[in-house]
Write a protein that binds this ligand. Structure first.
Ligand code: ADP
Ligand code: MG
Length: 350
């Protein structure tokens, strides 16, 4: 008869096997994808490499589709709608595009019109509807004035079910101010559907995080608006996002002046005083739109607009290097150089 007595060696072996199964190391899988003129680096830290690879394949396919459909100046669903609007016609839009139009209307309302996705014609006049940095000069004053007087806004859209037209033929839709955030939000949903729990998605410093980096939070750097370095670091909680709008990356340089690709719809001129605005939130598209709107709102208006848009954590840097923050944001970030610039603390946002 076999010896059924308790065997400590056997137990030790089982324990070792159990512990090593539990501690199967997280693998780090990194992939670079391209969408809206930006490289998106996705880092996944999970145990199941096959699931991670399958998820990345689906995200890449989504990005290709979004890049085509939402492009403001290349053939796709958005440019078809823009052509119909310019011709005073009606176009039928997909569920996908319809949801973006409603989103753009919401951002326009909550930002008091500072976030204006009907700004496409003006952005094109300033030369930013191009894969390369614009060269040449500022548009003629008369063209800028004509746009401001026509006051195109996303609220001019007439939406009946999926039939869309506009009461203002001067409006041309451009989702550049929140498309990146929306794309990363959708990528997160895709990763979740594949069972991925821990990942960071980075589109040129704009980030969505999922879960943790092993046992600690994902640590992120907020880009310095003037150098390629980092102005502050922050630990992002699971599900948080960090978005920065800045005029350091895309601008028109003419006669020694840099004109930002973020345009104030009230004047038709690029934003001057603010060089970057960063927002921490829980939804990429909302944070992306808010960062753009806060840049336009500038030093005097950002706090009011942040409250209207439900922003909880914001930081702006102006052209003099001054840093504007709300107290909750100050508590979360670590400035790289405490003497980097004068810090101006606002009243609480919430
Ligand atoms: P970044 O690309 O630096 O993250 P943003 O998220 O602020 O910058 O997006 C800037 C883009 O948003 C511009 O290239 C343009 O397409 C669009 N845009 C410019 N001004 C506005 C505005 N006032 N409201 C909404 N969108 C804008
Ligand atoms: Mg933005």
């Amino acid at each position: 008869m076999p010896n059924r007595k308790f065997n400590p060696l056997f137990l030790a072996l089982v324990l070792v096997l159990l512990v090593s199964a539990c501690q199967q190391p997280e693998k780090e899988l990194r992939e670079k994808l391209y969408v809206f003129g930006t490289i998106v680096e996705i880092t996944i830290r999970d145990k199941d490499e096959a699931a991670a690879r399958a998820a990345l394949r689906d995200v890449a396919a989504d990005f290709r589709r979004m890049h085509k459909d939402w492009h403001a100046w290349k053939p796709g669903e958005l440019s078809t709608l823009n052509a119909a609007i310019a011709a005073g016609k009606t176009a039928k839009v997909s569920d996908f595009l319809l949801s973006l139009l409603l989103q753009a209307q919401r951002y326009e309302r909550t930002s008091d019109g500072l976030f204006n996705a009907a700004i496409g014609a003006l952005v094109a006049d300033w030369g930013f509807h191009n894969d390369d940095l614009p060269k040449g000069r500022a548009p003629p004053y008369a063209a800028i004035r004509a746009w401001v007087e026509a006051k195109p806004k996303v609220a001019d859209l007439v939406i009946r079910d999926h039939e869309v037209s506009s009461s203002n033929r001067g409006m041309q839709l451009d989702f550049g101010g929140f498309a990146k955030g929306e794309a990363l939000d959708r990528a997160v949903l895709q990763l979740k559907a594949h069972g991925i729990k821990n990942a960071i998605l980075n589109a040129g410093g704009d980030l969505n995080v999922m879960g943790l980096h092993s046992k600690r939070p994902w640590r992120a750097g907020i880009r310095h608006p003037k150098t390629w370095g980092v102005i502050a670091t922050v630990d992002l909680k699971p599900g948080e996002v960090l978005y920065t709008s800045g005029n350091y990356e895309r601008f028109l340089e003419y006669e020694g002046v840099r004109y930002s690709h973020i345009i104030d719809p009230r004047t038709g001129w690029p934003v001057k005083h603010i060089v970057s605005a960063s927002v921490i939130g829980r939804n990429g598209a909302d944070a992306d739109a808010a960062a753009t709107a806060l840049s336009v709102a500038g030093p005097s208006g950002w706090h009011r607009i942040a409250r209207r848009m439900g922003v909880k954590f914001a930081m702006l840097v102006d052209d003099q290097g001054r840093i504007y923050l709300n107290p909750a944001m100050k508590a979360r970030i670590q400035l790289e150089d405490e003497k980097a610039g004068e810090v101006i603390l606002s009243p609480p946002l919430f």
